[in-house]
Each structure stands twice: as C-alpha cells, then as structure tokens.
Design a binder for this molecule. Structure first.
Ligand code: C2O
Ligand code: CU
Ligand code: CU
Length: 537
C-alpha cells in the first residue's frame, strides 16, 4: 500500500543508527562512579558524551516508507569505540546505503497501515532471526526461534503494520541464544506513526531528533579489553555500564520547552524505575503519554515509572520554565528489587560475574540533560486527550491461569511447562477471534518477571496482591497503574502478584499460527521460561 509521507520534513530522518566514525570523535571516558550526596553538577561531571541521536548524528537512507523496495540488514561483527581503550565488537544489523555508508542497528520508521519489508542476510557465523517485538504479524514474519535463518542464508520479512503508532523494536531471537545475541548488540528500534501521533507532535510543536527522541536503554557487561561479555547459561545478565543509544555516560543538550523521550528497555535483565532529578536532587514530575502499544487515552502525571526488559514508555518532560545551564538527571531511582529467589538453584556470585555492576534496585544515573540557551523549543499545548483508542473489558472472557515459579534446581517454570521440557511443542491452542483473560500469578518466592506475548497486544484488567511499590501507583479499584491503562505486549509481574490481562486473538491470518509467551528477562527465556501456543481456525 503506497502512502504519502506524513511529514516530508521527517524523511531526512527516516533511519538512524550507530555509525562507524561518529563515535570516534566523542572521546569516551569510563570513570568509576558512585552516586553520592551533593550537587548534581558534581556527581554527574563524567556525563560528557553527546547522546547519539538516530537519524541526526548520521544522514541515512530511506527505509520503511520504501516498503516495496525494502531494506537489507546484514548481521555481522563491527568493532566500535564504546569506552576509552580498545574497540568493542558489536554484533549488529548493518545496512549499506546507496552511498556506501554502513549504518548499524538503524531505527526504522513506518506508518500504521503501511508495510515493513526487511531482508535479513545472516553473516554472523551462527543461526539468527529478526523478531519484530510488539507487532501483530503472522508466524512467518514473527522471527521467533521457530524459523531460524542459517549462516549464509537470507530471509525477507514483509508485513503490513497493523499496530498503532508507538515505539516498537526488533531483535535476534534464535533458540537458546537470544540473550547472548541481544547482549552483543543485535537490536534496533522501530517508530510507527499514525494520525493521532502526528496530531500530538503538532500540538506540542515537537521536532524529531531535537525535542522528540527515541532512546534504547541497554546495560552491557564489559570484560577485558572492552569486550562485551555474555555467558550462555548464565542468570539475569546485568551489565556494568548502561548505554543509551550506544552512548556511555550520555549528555543531551535540550532546548527550553517540552522534551519527549520515548524509551525502550532493550537490556537483557535490568529493570529500571525511571525518574528525573534536578540540580537540588529533587524529583521532577513528568507526563506519561504512552506505553508499548502507543498513546494512552490521556497524559498521566507521575514521578517515576517502572520499565522492565522489553517494555517501552513515552515520557514528556516540561523544561519550559528552565534556565540555560539547568541540569536534570534521568536515572533509575531506588526500588525494592524483590529478588526473593536468592539462594534457590546453583549459587551465584553477582560481584564476580558482573564486576562493577550496580545491583538491581539501586540508584543509577542514566543520562544528563542540560538545558541550552537556544530558543525556539517546543512550546505548544499538551492536549487533555491523546487518543480515542479504547478496549472494553469483557467480563465473559475465557480464563486461563498461569503460575510463574522456580524449581529447587533453579529452573523457571510457567505452570508445569518449561520450553525445553516441552521440547518446544505448542502447549495449547486458541481459537482465532476469541478473547481470553489470562490470570498470571507470580510466586512470592520468585522475582519480578516481564512477561511478553508475541503477535498480540493486550490490556491489563487488574492487579491483585501487588507489593506496595506497585499498589501505591494504582489509579483505579482494579489496582492498575497508569501504564496498565495502555496497550502492552510486556507486563511486569512482581512476586506474590496476580496480573490479569485480556487478549483479543483476532487476526487476518489463516491456518495454524504459532507464537510464544515468555519472560523477557532473556536469560530466563533462554533457560526455557517460555511456552509456545498456536492460534487456529
Ligand atoms: Cu522481544 Cu520473544 O521477544
Ligand atoms: Cu516479542
Ligand atoms: Cu523471568
């Protein structure tokens, strides 16, 4: 389907990525740092690397609007300057532009109702795939481990964008190797637009790449000679350095005005609680505009928001009243990690496996924002309503219970299933077009699990037995948080909690279509905290 580009000015930004050469100029440093008391300016002094901005730092070719021609992404290993010292090998999807430039992990732009056509050429030396996270696609285009692409082979993913506008992403999803391949770098963002989204940009006066940014947040574990390390079979692979769009210790120079940050947690296992502190270390409120599956019905004012692996949040900061030079730190604020599974299974030594890594739940600085003295920032009006999209709760939906728990051996389970024990078989079938309610209960003797569904977005219909740090965020009698009011493909389930989600299994595809439901802690996924199911006629 040919569509006119929604906003011609945007076409120069169609793709963005991590480009060879750009980083070299930035002069990265890698100081050890402990957040302490005192002024933000002092303890944030090492945030000196300009944030890489997809489509701005590099001029890129056109991608997804050119649905007919499509693009080619070739997997390979690309040495990049990420820290002071030796280059780091980044496993990336490389796009060669007509002018011979190489763009790594490009951000793709697409239009709701349009198409995305991407050919994967696998030169990785191992099986891989591209999974289109969050997209409502058929099995063949889902890119799960069911359809590996062998080294030397290619495969074209070609599908209609049936999703609303929002921030989606793509990543490798080979059987048992997802954690390794994503940690080494095989992931990128997809920005989808539609009329509601364009109306919001216009109302606020946002300019892409200037005050409307897409940020991929991912922590990496660096080893000797700056090697990005991951161990297959390891648990909860957190890193010692958080990179934002592959920038360590990033600083972003913002204009006075609105600043919109669309965040994707592309980390293997790290859970963030995103908040913003000002110079006096006071927490600054923001508006939550959207979630995994697009805009909320209205903006919600919040102080902090949980962002589990795989999830996205769309955040609007008000910098209109700021003065040039003002600083703001985007950080993960302190929360209770509720790792109640400690001591179960083989012993782990966090400090040994992740030297220098901040333990989950502790204060962690992510990105410094410095207000600059350029005028002309986004100064429009935030609409009271963002979207007319609504999903009604169906009390008559068929119920399906799930229990998340850990065996004494340390194996994570969904009911009595583990993907490896089930030998990858579909464990249930669902009639196409039916609406189900899944009640997902996490054992108390567990940890938070970001549960992800392939092929369908869903809504949260309620939370029960939530820990205080969740229940205190509830905005309705169902126990839902502002985030829960949006469309999601990944939902955090805390120890002791039951989260109910409603899924509409309608789709225009025929025959047997197989999908996955799994934990997006990628080490849990690889260990088999995943079940396959089939949608059938
Ligand atoms: Cu983003 Cu099956 O995962
Ligand atoms: Cu997915
Ligand atoms: Cu998990």
């Amino acid at each position: 389907m040919e569509q006119a580009p929604p906003n011609p000015g945007r076409r120069t930004w169609v793709l963005g990525g991590l480009a060879a050469g750009i980083a070299a100029a930035a002069g990265y440093i890698g100081l050890k740092h402990r957040p302490g008391p005192g002024r933000l300016a002092d303890h944030a002094a090492h945030f000196v690397n300009p944030l890489r901005i997809p489509g701005k730092s590099t001029r890129l070719g056109e991608a997804s609007d050119a649905a007919d021609a499509g693009i080619v992404l070739q997997t390979g290993i690309h040495p990049q300057p990420l820290r002071e010292g030796p280059l780091s090998d980044v496993w990336a999807y490389a796009q060669r532009t007509a002018t011979g430039q190489v763009q790594l992990n490009p951000t793709l732009f697409a239009r709701s109702g349009g198409r995305l056509k991407v050919t994967l050429e696998n030169r990785l030396g191992d099986d891989t795939t591209i999974h289109w996270h969050g997209f409502s696609v058929d099995e063949a285009n889902d890119g799960s481990g069911l359809h590996p692409v062998r080294h030397g082979d290619s495969r074209t993913y070609d599908f209609e964008i049936r999703n609303r506008a929002g921030l989606y992403w793509y990543h490798a999803h080979p059987h048992g190797q997802t954690g390794m391949q994503v940690h080494k770098g095989l992931a990128g963002l997809v920005v989808v637009e539609d009329e509601e989204e364009l109306a919001l940009q216009k109302a606020l006066g946002l300019t892409w790449g200037v005050d409307d940014l897409a940020l991929s947040i991912s922590d990496k574990q660096f080893g000797l000679r700056n090697k990005i390390v991951h161990e297959v079979g390891a648990d909860d692979w957190v890193g010692d350095k958080v990179l934002i769009n592959w920038t360590p210790d990033p600083v972003f120079e913002a204009r006075r005005g609105w600043l919109r940050l669309r965040l994707a947690n592309t980390s293997n296992a790290r859970l963030y609680c995103i908040g913003f502190d000002d110079e006096g270390r006071r927490r600054r409120p923001f508006h939550l505009l959207g979630t995994d599956g697009g805009l909320l019905d209205r903006p919600y004012r919040m102080d902090s928001v949980f962002l589990g692996p795989g999830q996205r949040v769309d955040i609007l900061l008000d910098l209109r009243g700021h003065a040039p030079g003002d600083l703001l730190m985007m950080r993960s604020v302190v929360y209770d990690p509720m790792e109640n599974d400690a001591g179960i299974g083989p012993p782990e030594d966090f400090a040994m496996e992740h030297p220098g890594a901040t333990p989950m739940g502790e204060d962690l600085d992510l990105m410094l924002i410095r207000v600059n003295d350029q005028g002309g920032g986004a100064s429009g009006t935030l609409p009271e309503r963002l979207s007319t999209h609504a999903v009604g709760i169906r009390e008559d939906a068929a119920r399906r219970p799930f229990r998340l728990w850990i065996q004494d051996t340390g194996r994570w389970m969904i009911n009595h299933w583990n993907h490896h024990l089930a030998h990858g078989h579909d464990v249930f079938e669902i009639a196409r077009g039916s609406v189900e309610r899944w009640d997902i209960t996490n054992d108390m003797r567990s940890m938070p699990h970001p549960m992800h569904l392939h092929g369908f977005q869903f809504v949260v219909t309620g939370r029960a037995n939530s820990p205080k740090q969740v229940s205190e965020r509830a905005i309705d009698p169902r126990g839902r948080t502002p985030q829960d009011t949006g469309l999601l493909d990944t939902v955090l389930i805390w120890p002791g909690e039951t989260v109910s989600i409603q899924i509409d299994f309608s789709q225009p595809f025929a025959g047997r279509q197989r999908y996955m439901f799994h934990c997006h802690n990628l080490e849990h996924e690889d260990q088999g905290m995943m079940i396959g199911f089939a949608v059938i006629d």
